[in-house]
Design a protein around this ligand. Structure first.
Ligand code: FES
Length: 106
């Protein structure tokens, strides 16, 4: 499935992700700037924060409890689409998923 990452400046990076890996891992593997992922995917650093585009929110689903707390405490600007990309598994249904990358990570 394709996942597209959009930087604040508007630069878009579309990558071929593998089903089962997280949206964070797909970004890091492909060198997408702005996804730092300090904790390596353990939902404890919030440096993998992304804003999921509205049209994909229902498919991506709600954040879990730990993720919810981190989003509240840690991210620079929480929006409706705020998610930790390490907590979003790539699935075939998510093909075309587009996320915006915040200008600063915690
Ligand atoms: Fe640390 Fe996602 S990689 S919270």
């Amino acid at each position: 499935p394709k996942v597209t990452y959009v930087a604040t400046a508007g630069d878009e990076r579309a990558v071929d992700a593998t089903a089962g890996e997280s949206v964070m891992v797909a970004a890091v593997k492909n060198g997408v700037p702005g996804i730092i992922a300090e904790c390596g995917g353990n939902a404890s650093c919030a440096t993998c924060h992304v804003w999921v585009r509205e049209e994909f929110l229902a498919l991506v689903g709600e954040p879990g409890d730990i993720e919810e707390d981190l989003l509240d405490m840690a991210v620079s600007e929480r929006r409706d689409g705020s998610r930790l990309s390490c907590q979003i598994p790539v699935t075939p249904e998510l093909d075309g998923l587009t996320v915006d990358i915040p200008p600063v990570q915690p």
